[in-house]
Design a protein around this ligand. Sequence first.
Ligand SMILES: *[C@@H]1O[C@H](CO)[C@@H](O)[C@H](O)[C@H]1NC(C)=O
Ligand SMILES: *[C@@H]1O[C@H](CO)[C@@H](O)[C@H](O)[C@H]1NC(C)=O
Ligand SMILES: *[C@@H]1O[C@H](CO)[C@@H](O)[C@H](O)[C@H]1NC(C)=O
Ligand SMILES: *[C@@H]1O[C@H](CO)[C@@H](O)[C@H](O)[C@H]1NC(C)=O
Ligand SMILES: *[C@@H]1O[C@H](CO)[C@@H](O)[C@H](O)[C@H]1NC(C)=O
Length: 298
Amino acid sequence: MLSIIDIGSLTIALSLYIYAARARITDVVLFGDSYTAADGGVQWPWYLVGGAVCSNNLTPLYGEPDVSSGQQAWFIQDHIEAYNTSRQKLLLDPSSFVVVQFIGTNDVGIGSFLTADQAANVSLPDVADCQLNSLRMMHALGARKFILNSLIPLQLTGLYSNSSAPTIYYPQVHDGNAWNKGMYNLVHSLNRILSDGIDVLNAEWVGDGHVEWFNTYDLFETFYNNPALYFNGSIPANVTGHCHQCPDPNDYTKCGIGDCTLTERDSYMWWDELHPSEQTGRNLAAEIFRKIEGKSQY
Ligand SMILES: *[C@@H]1O[C@H](CO)[C@@H](O)[C@H](O)[C@H]1NC(C)=O
Ligand SMILES: *[C@@H]1O[C@H](CO)[C@@H](O)[C@H](O)[C@H]1NC(C)=O
Ligand SMILES: *[C@@H]1O[C@H](CO)[C@@H](O)[C@H](O)[C@H]1NC(C)=O
Ligand SMILES: *[C@@H]1O[C@H](CO)[C@@H](O)[C@H](O)[C@H]1NC(C)=O
Ligand SMILES: *[C@@H]1O[C@H](CO)[C@@H](O)[C@H](O)[C@H]1NC(C)=O
């Protein structure tokens, strides 16, 4: 069974919620992919769905509500008055909230570009345009502050490493070398198109709205290259392995056998072959918050 793919956004969302509440500042509106439904009724404008993609029309994976339509529809229902009339009005002060968009992992991976499973008429620029158009639509609704996150170095994950061994996410021998280089190329290509694209958006908006690039790629490389600074569990920091184990890639019911212990968990950069650990999520949220405050180098 292929489980839902995300990038641990729930931890990011929860951590940002705590920071923002502490600082009594802004709302943070998050769009992206994440574990679902574990948010225990906290009222906070995030719209994160495990296994989500930018558009189900372009790169359908699990049919989860996507960033460009499903998740935006939720935002509109929650925060736009008269949302289905011509007199739409944003119920939030545009200066009081930041829209953070963090999507793309599922658009490029297995079941999509990496394994040539995308539709024959879909290309990487279509996925980038989807992301940029989602920001345009939020701008049209009245949002003015945006952060667009780059893709992480997915080639550093176990799933997209150069190992050809089966994993729980892809329980078959495959060409690890081709996957590793292919993913490196996909991530760099999409990030480059997106970062060029935000210059286009900022020029379009001529000062009435601004999108910042958040370099999640470089930040994750910093974690990877300086493990001891970021990972604080009870064993030496580990950025190559992962805590959660599935000893038989063909039997997900055995997952959990051989996991690291609770006290060891925060030593790991990765939770499993694809997902960042909770501690990585905390580190990322702390840096996104510095970004919102205008104090981040990423
Ligand atoms: C607006 O949406 C509400 C609830 O979905 C519906 O009852 C109403 O008929 C809609 N109005 C228009 C003008 O479409
Ligand atoms: C791709 O082709 C399908 C029909 O085969 C069509 O429904 C879809 O709109 C096309 N997508 C793009 C991005 O042109
Ligand atoms: C995979 O990468 C590791 C280090 O990243 C390297 O030592 C190894 O030779 C590579 N294996 C293959 C098959 O390319
Ligand atoms: C590691 O640091 C984070 C803050 O970044 C903290 O929340 C967490 O409790 C720490 N973990 C351990 C095991 O001390
Ligand atoms: C990192 O963790 C993995 C478990 O996934 C383990 O096999 C490996 O030996 C660890 N590496 C280091 C340097 O501790």
